[in-house]
Design a protein. Structure first.
Length: 227
């Protein structure tokens, strides 16, 4: 095996791991740990649900994967690299909307927010941005509502639009923080079906405090708890 082949093999092994937590410790306040000696990994293409009570560290795990927080000690890797370098490969659906759902904005505009980058303002997107947004809406079976106002959608349709926003940059890893909070059973079922259709195309991590959300198609369950 020559050096090039060896390097490619090593890179392939790194790419196998979507997320790695190696003995990670983290606390917002000195002397009080939220995460202690946390160790786990998620292979590319696999899915995981992180469950536990409020305040147990679930959302903190997501922040570490996104590079919004750094561990006190230990190592977090995303596709073999520091999280900040891999942000372009990660799609994220936050727990709460960062805009008023009654604001007069179309479904397409909501999805295009996932393409916002430095120097780009809403309304200045290019043709390829809009094409990517339509493609993301097609993945969640919502392309026919692209020109509708976001406020006109049902609860389940809004959830699917927000997934499309997280998918618009074709991520290899999809993170969803409490995606079924404050929705009824019908919406939750629709949401589950949408995620199941995406499984295998990318790695998926779902944060939830609801054990009932854990499905058979989720390959891994990570339980966190307060000390």
């Amino acid at each position: 095996m020559n050096r090039t082949q060896q390097s490619e093999k090593q890179q392939g092994a790194i790419e196998e791991q979507a997320i790695e937590f190696n003995d990670v410790n983290f606390g917002y306040v000195a002397g009080k740990s939220v995460l202690s000696e946390t160790r786990f990994n998620l292979r590319r293409g696999e899915s995981m649900c992180i469950v536990g009570p409020n305040g147990g560290g679930k959302s903190t795990l997501i922040k570490l994967v996104l590079g919004l927080q750094r561990p006190t000690s230990g190592e977090v890797l995303v596709f073999g690299n520091p999280p900040g370098k891999m942000r372009h490969r990660v799609g994220y659906m936050p727990q709460y909307l960062s805009f008023d759902p009654q604001f007069p904005i179309t479904v397409l505009d909501v999805v295009l927010m996932g393409r916002l980058r430095t120097g780009i303002q809403l309304g200045s997107f290019k043709k390829n941005d809009r094409a990517a947004a339509i493609q993301a809406l097609e993945k969640v079976d919502l392309a026919n509502r692209a020109r509708s106002r976001f406020s006109e959608l049902s609860g389940g349709q809004r959830q699917r639009a927000l997934i499309a926003r997280a998918l618009v940059d074709n991520p290899d890893l999809l993170l969803l923080d409490e995606p079924t909070a404050n929705v009824d059973q019908t919406v939750e079922k629709q949401f589950r079906q949408t995620l199941q259709s995406l499984a295998g195309e990318m790695s998926i991590v779902i944060v939830s405090h609801d054990l009932n959300f854990v499905s058979s198609w989720l390959g891994h369950v990570l339980c966190v708890n307060r000390e």
